[in-house]
Design a protein around this ligand. Structure first.
Ligand code: PA5
Length: 420
């Protein structure tokens, strides 16, 4: 169950009952298909994906695991951030000491950096690999270039015919260059539903296939998202209403912060979700992410005493899932005797409480969102909670949450410069 605690903003703005009701009405309209907007297909994904399609995705993930030690996932923006967020949060090699029986997954196609791509090529080394190329439009420059390079490497290793059977794509059902290439070359392919935008696509094949390749229980993710559609709807409306109340008071930057380092890519996913959904028509809360406690030793000074335009949103977990105690070492002289024998999670909780109190004292309103744990179920619930809250918040500030005209401007200008 996702919970939103607004006690940390009560000294800054009233928690507005009218706005909360407006938020609930927007959720209802979205769920009933009466918001009058295109691009709401993400609301159906938890139900739709659980059927036969999940089975096909599972079979394809097994095929990839069977044939390759490495999977190169090519994509940018909404075509990779959700999958990467899930994998880093749930399946890091450091998380729970799990032994991996799945391929290593490397993400590329999200920059034009030669250094980055060369390192991935070096990391693949002599190991057998497969490619999963994800692009809704099928013509974004960064993934197109990465695909050229990775495909050439694969062909050089295994030959043209074998390469075709190790290349998988996810793109639009009918339109775009990648659809045409896929059909011509006969790659195994899945579709991005037409009414699901990139940043809302993590619960479609776009997110689920890499997630399954990493050995994560995708059914649980979908179950969490499905449940959250009901159980987290009011919380999402509350979070959206609080953000908007703060925005009206001049808090124009939202710093999402987590005390779990493996949440970092979830922060990147969240930045795209809110930045692209709200930032238009000269409006929008600027979304930024901080990795606490690490960033308390860098950004902490600014948050405490810098310009007062910041609101903070903490994402906390009730259970860390890992029991690690501070070992006793009496007389060792490091000043830690008062906490010896305590679980590290208690220290992390104390750090979150202390940070919240200090920042409120310094003039920063703090919203706290709590999820039960770092499991696939809670990941799915958090995804649905944030997607709902984002759509509601954007609609409250009268912008369309489901288009991104500004992103297209960059793509068109860059292509014109390169003569493409
Ligand atoms: O949300 C969006 O539309 C964008 O950020 C896209 O996700 C990103 O530009 C990648 O586009 P595509 O999947 O078409 O390659």
């Amino acid at each position: 169950m996702i919970k939103v605690d607004l006690s940390g903003i009560s000294g800054f703005v009233p928690v507005d009952a009218v706005r909360f009701k407006e938020g609930r009405d927007i959720v209802k309209n979205l769920r009933e298909g009466e918001a009058g907007l295109e691009g709401t297909g993400w609301l159906r994904l938890p139900e739709e994906m659980s059927g036969g399609l999940l089975g096909s995705l599972r079979d394809t993930a097994s095929q990839i695991s069977g044939e390759s030690d490495v999977l190169v996932v090519i994509g940018t923006g909404g075509s990779y951030l959700g999958a990467r967020a899930a994998i880093e949060l749930l399946r890091s090699p450091y998380y729970n000491g799990m032994r991996k029986s799945t391929p290593d997954i490397f993400f590329c196609g999200n920059s034009l950096s030669a250094a980055h791509l060369s390192r991935i090529v070096a990391l693949i080394g002599t190991r057998p690999f497969s490619i999963l190329y994800i692009s809704k439009s099928g013509s974004t420059l960064e993934p197109s270039v990465a695909f050229r390079i990775m495909r050439a490497l694969l062909v050089a290793k295994v030959g043209e015919q074998e390469a075709k059977s190790r290349i998988y794509t996810i793109t639009d059902a009918r339109s775009g260059r990648l659809r045409a290439i896929t059909d011509r070359e006969g790659y195994i392919s899945f579709e991005i539903p037409a009414d699901v935008g990139g940043r809302y696509s993590v619960l479609s094949p776009v997110g689920l296939l890499p997630i399954l390749c990493a050995g994560i229980d995708a059914e649980e993710i979908l179950r969490g998202a499905r449940d959250a559609l009901g159980s987290a709807a009011d919380e999402a409306a509350l979070y959206a209403a609080a953000r908007q109340a703060l925005y009206q008071k001049g808090y124009k930057i939202e710093l999402l912060a987590s005390f779990e380092p493996f949440f970092r890519y979830m922060g990147e996913w969240w930045k795209q979700l809110f930045g692209e959904s709200e930032g238009k028509c000269g409006r929008g809360i600027f979304p930024a992410y901080a990795d606490y406690t690490a960033d308390l030793h860098s950004l902490g000074q600014y948050v405490q005493e810098g310009e007062r335009a910041l609101m903070e949103t903490f994402v906390l977990f009730e259970k860390s899932g890992v029991q690690l105690l501070v070992p006793p070492a009496p007389g060792f002289g490091d000043g830690l005797d008062p906490v010896s024998g305590k679980p590290l999670s208690a220290l992390n909780e104390a750090a979150a409480e202390a940070t919240k109190a200090a920042h409120i004292e310094g003039g920063v309103p703090v919203i706290a969102i709590t999820a039960p744990d770092m499991t696939p179920y809670s990941f799915g619930a958090l995804v649905m909670f944030f997607e709902l809250a984002c759509a509601v918040s954007a609609i409250m500030m009268q912008v369309n949450p489901f288009n991104q005209p500004g992103v297209e401007a960059y793509k068109t200008t860059l292509k014109a410069r390169l003569g493409l």
